[in-house]
Design a protein around this ligand. Structure first.
Ligand SMILES: [Zn+2]
Length: 385
């Protein structure tokens, strides 16, 4: 079991090398172990490219026969852009496959494991399942719900403020690095037009020192103030502008002509209908979004119950009442009146100390239930399929 863990750690490390490159595919790493030695390794480097299993089998060559194959995710058994990995595993003569979690994609869902077993391959599952789930959480969410995974991230002071006069950033530099890591894991980044005007963030992403393709940028921009000459559009990068139904048709045409995608959303609590927004993203094939503020967007998101995960970076500083809070309860409830219940089914998932800051991660109830969903064999006698 300790050996299994050791090799699975390597698998996860390999898998994460594909971070930011594989949308809409999951991150997958593979390690082949023969006679107590690593005989071959691989990872998935992007949609349309070989799957991790295939890379590892090619690297191991003849030593794959009778060997163990470690994977974070159940191997695929369907013809996509590449042939099924289960066929390649059987053909290579792998005798045992150890994977972290089942793939909830409806084309797999336990059938990968079943296919291997039918061909005499031994199967073990659940090794480092929690870590394997965390690595592909947005993918798992999309496979199970069909919708994009929405993560709301905020940097806050101890008194919950998101501004600090005279400081560009509230968070420490290690937290800012961590945000780049979050951006790399999600396909799109969303901000309000106010934040864009005030901070002019590039919303780029990089992984360690390696720059990645920019995320899809989503801007909440009711009145379409976004400039058609913005550098993102000039560079041909994907931008989705979310405006109200009342937005000017000529302006929409102008922005679309400049390369932007424009989506008109019905009115909702505090601005635009965010449920319609999420459906629209799904229709556009967006798998995951990191919402980076500001306060108005964060508040509307929380009120509408949109974020699947909330991530707060707490900095050890008190900003004072003169600064802006991240949750804008406007108007505040009268004395003696109960505040509206917001984010009721959020619960603490984990906490990480990042240099001087603390990162707290909260998940909605459905997200907390994913571990059970991906560790139970689909379609078995106790399972539901
Ligand atoms: Zn595959």
């Amino acid at each position: 079991m300790n050996d299994d863990r050791h090799y699975m750690e390597r698998v996860l490390e390999l898998a994460s090398r594909g971070t930011g490159l594989t949308f809409p595919n999951p991150l997958v790493g593979a390690v082949i172990v023969a006679g107590g030695e690593i005989a071959g390794e691989g990872f998935h480097a992007g949609a349309g490219k070989p799957h991790a299993e295939i890379e590892a089998i090619a690297a191991a060559g003849e030593s794959a026969r009778g060997a163990d194959l470690y994977l974070n995710l159940e191997p695929c058994c369907h013809h996509g852009r590449t042939p099924p990995c289960t066929d390649a595993i059987v053909e290579a003569g792998i005798s045992r496959v150890i994977f972290g979690i089942f793939d909830p994609d409806e084309r797999v869902r336990g059938q990968g494991a079943r296919r291997l077993r039918e061909n005499g391959t031994e199967i073990e599952t659940g090794v480092m399942a929690r870590e394997a789930l965390e690595l592909n959480l947005p993918y798992i969410h999309r496979s199970l719900t069909g919708g994009p995974f929405v993560m709301l991230k905020l940097a806050v002071t101890l008194d919950g403020r998101i501004t600090l006069t005279g400081e560009k950033y509230i968070s420490c530099s290690d937290s800012l690095e961590c945000v780049h890591g979050l951006r790399a894991r999600l396909e799109a980044v969303a901000v309000g037009s106010g934040t864009l005007r005030a901070d002019d963030p590039s919303l780029d992403r990089r992984l360690y020192d390696r720059p990645l393709d920019p995320p899809v940028r989503i801007v909440f921009d009711s009145s379409l103030a976004f400039p058609p000459g913005h550098p993102w559009l000039e560079k041909g990068e994907r931008v989705i502008l979310c405006c109200s139904e009342a937005a000017d048709a000529a302006r929409i045409e102008e922005l679309e002509g400049a390369g932007a995608e424009v989506t008109r959303l019905p009115p909702g609590d505090g601005g635009l209908d965010l449920h319609a927004w999420r459906r629209d993203l799904s229709n556009r094939g967006i798998t995951s979004v990191l919402v980076e503020g500001g306060a108005r967007i964060a508040t509307s998101m929380m009120k509408a119950g949109i974020p699947d995960r909330l991530v707060l970076f707490h900095a050890p500083v008190i900003a004072g009442a003169g600064e802006k809070g991240w949750y804008q309860d406007d108007p505040p409830p009268a004395f003696g009146e109960d505040p509206p219940a917001v984010g009721g089914d959020l619960s603490l998932s984990y906490v990480e100390v990042i240099d001087g800051d603390v990162m707290t991660v909260y998940d909605r109830k459905h997200v907390s239930g994913y571990l059970e969903a991906v560790t139970k064999e689909p379609g078995d006698v106790h399972g539901i399929d």
